[in-house]
Structure formats: structure tokens, C-alpha cells
Design a protein around this ligand. Structure first.
Ligand SMILES: Cc1cc2nc3c(=O)[nH]c(=O)nc-3n(C[C@H](O)[C@H](O)[C@H](O)COP(=O)(O)OP(=O)(O)OC[C@H]3O[C@@H](n4cnc5c(N)ncnc54)[C@H](O)[C@@H]3O)c2cc1C
Length: 290
């Protein structure tokens, strides 16, 4: 096993202090949350840091707060386990619950955070796929203040987010799904412990059999998790018939830009995106809540 290069360690008491430290040390400092992605990467030399800024002790970052009719917000240090165990998430955001629940590693869920997961910007993130479909909005803080950004804008490219060197994601806001919304999360994995070949999350709002609003997120089938925008546009305003769903599933497959790797060929990923998209849309429609 490779040995970690020595680094200095800082435990700020506030987000401002953390942002100030990141500014002072430029690209040489990294934010440390659960550390389950960062530390192994540092060990194999895929990430370098002279300084780690552990944000765990900053008060309030671990909270999960349902804010009534508006939605729910959770902090950057809310662990995957605490999100999975949250009744509000189980009841109102079941696709986020499912995306986390299927993670096989208890250790990863106890230490890892959802915000750390999305900051890694891997296209195979189940958690990000669910958050895309839920319309998550992030709060990002730096020394000059705070900004809000949708998760789509945040995930710029493979392994790349819109974060500047001195910025920290502090919070994720999930708008409350309107009445008439159903949702579903599905992924395709070889073994329980592996990462997804493809993952799909759908949130669809239906009134009188017509699709009023829909978000379809696809993971592991392009350089980033993405929303199947053309598919969404084709469905919106249409009656949600079997034909419309089948057609939408084909459009979703056509929106992928998959690669061939050790888990799957590109062709299989594209094909299975269509299959999972159809199944997820059908399941989401069965889940529609009045
Ligand atoms: C065994 C195992 C199984 C897994 N299975 C799955 C799975 O099935 N599905 C899935 O989606 N994921 C899975 N994961 C991924 C896992 O969810 C992420 O690695 C984890 O959530 C990362 O969170 P962390 O808090 O440990 O991040 P860290 O390792 O602390 O940080 C990761 C990166 O994000 C940056 N960062 C962290 N927090 C912030 C912040 N607030 N602001 C700015 N930058 C920040 C860090 O600087 C670092 O670059 C698995 C991981 C493991 C180890």
C-alpha cells in the first residue's frame, strides 16, 4: 500500500475561516469531509494536498431540516447514513433514500457525505443522479459571500465541478415535489458492491393523465450525470400513454454519450438506459401521490 505524503491539517470553526484558509493556500489545500474518496486518492497520488481543511467541526453543517411547504435542506456534513435514516427523506424524497440505501458499504455511508459525493463529480454517482431528478440547488460559500447553483450547472464535466479553489458547498436544498408527483430510482450493477453501469432517476408530475413536469436524470452514460432534456421536453404536455413512455425511453437512450469500459460496452449502456428509463417512468407513474 502506498504511503500518504505528509500534510498539514486545519480544523476551522466557521465556513468563513475555512474559505479564508483555502484562499491563503491556493490550490494546495483541499476540503476534507468524510475523506472516503479524498484520502484513498491522495494515497495513490491522484490528488495532492499540502493542507487538509476538515469541515466536520463547523457547527450546523450536519443538519437535515425539513422546511415545511418549501422543501428540505441538508448541510455539507450530513452523512449518507443520516440522510438514509431521515424520515422526511424517506417520505418525501424516496429516490434519494433509494439511491443511498442501495450503497452496500456501511462504512462508506457512516463516513461519507452526499455533498462529498457530488463534489467528486463522477458520472457513476447514484446519489447525484437522484439529486438531479429532485432539482437540487446548492449553496456555495467563499470569502466574497455565497452563491446558489443548480446541481446541473455544478457538475461541469467528468471529475470537474464549478467550484473555485476557495469555495465550499455548505448546503443542498430540495424543493418539495408538487402534488401529483411520482418518482423512481433504478440502477444496473453487476454485483451489489460494484458501481453502476447505468442509473436512472425520474420525478414526474401528472394532472388529468397529462405530464405537467418531469425530470429524468441519467448516471454513468456520459462524462457527467445529466438530465435527459430532449426526453423531458417531448413528454411535457403529453398524455402519459404506453406509446409516449416507450418513445420517451428511446429518446433518453439517444441522449447518452456512453463509453466502453470494464463494466460495460457503450452499446449496452445506451440500450439499458432506454430499458431502465422506461421501467423508471412506469414505476414513477405508479407512485404518483395526490
Ligand atoms: C466502498 C464504497 C462504496 C460506494 N458506493 C457508492 C454507490 O453505490 N453509489 C454512489 O453514488 N456512491 C458510492 N460511493 C461513493 C461515496 O458516496 C463517496 O465517495 C462519498 O460520499 C464521498 O464523501 P466524503 O464526505 O467522504 O468526501 P471526501 O472524500 O471528504 O471529499 C471528496 C471530494 O470532495 C471535496 N469536498 C467534500 N466536501 C466538500 C464541500 N462541502 N465543499 C467543497 N468540496 C468538498 C473534497 O475536497 C474532495 O475533493 C462509494 C464509496 C465507497 C468507498
Amino acid at each position: 500500500m502506498r504511503v500518504l505524503k505528509p500534510f498539514d491539517y486545519f480544523e476551522p470553526g466557521t465556513v468563513k475561516e475555512a474559505a479564508q484558509f483555502l484562499t491563503t493556500h491556493g490550490g494546495k489545500a483541499q476540503v476534507l469531509a468524510g475523506g472516503i474518496d479524498l484520502i484513498p486518492r491522495m494515497r495513490i497520488g491522484k490528488k495532492e494536498a499540502d493542507y487538509l481543511v476538515n469541515i466536520r467541526k463547523i457547527p450546523g453543517l450536519e443538519t437535515i431540516e425539513a422546511s415545511g411547504a418549501n422543501g428540505l435542506k441538508f448541510g455539507a456534513m450530513a452523512t449518507l447514513h443520516s440522510l438514509e435514516a431521515s424520515k422526511a427523506i424517506q417520505d418525501d424524497y424516496p429516490i434519494l433514500y433509494k439511491a443511498i440505501h442501495q450503497i452496500s458499504s456501511v462504512q462508506a455511508k457512516n463516513m461519507g457525505t452526499a455533498v462529498g459525493n457530488i463534489c467528486v463529480a463522477t458520472p457513476a454517482s447514484d446519489v447525484a443522479t437522484a439529486l438531479f431528478a429532485l432539482g437540487a440547488e446548492l449553496t456555495i460559500e467563499g470569502v466574497d459571500g455565497e452563491r446558489k447553483e443548480s446541481i446541473q450547472k455544478f457538475c461541469v464535466d467528468y471529475g470537474r465541478t464549478s467550484l473555485k479553489e476557495n469555495e465550499i458547498v455548505t448546503e443542498v436544498f430540495l424543493p418539495r415535489p408538487p402534488a401529483g408527483t411520482g418518482s423512481a430510482f433504478m440502477n444496473l450493477i453487476r454485483t451489489h458492491a460494484d458501481i453502476a453501469k447505468v442509473s436512472i432517476a425520474v420525478a414526474i408530475t401528472v394532472r388529468d393523465g397529462v405530464c405537467e413536469k418531469v425530470r429524468i436524470a441519467v448516471g454513468a452514460a456520459a462524462p457527467t450525470v445529466f438530465r435527459a432534456i430532449k426526453t423531458e421536453a417531448a413528454l411535457k404536455g403529453q398524455k402519459v400513454t404506453h406509446e409516449a413512455i416507450n418513445e420517451a425511453a428511446e429518446t433518453a437512450a439517444g441522449e447518452t454519450k456512453p463509453i466502453t469500459d470494464l463494466r460495460s460496452t457503450a452499446e449496452y449502456r445506451r440500450e439499458m438506459t432506454g430499458v431502465l428509463a422506461r421501467r423508471a417512468m412506469e414505476k414513477a407513474l405508479q407512485q404518483v401521490k395526490a
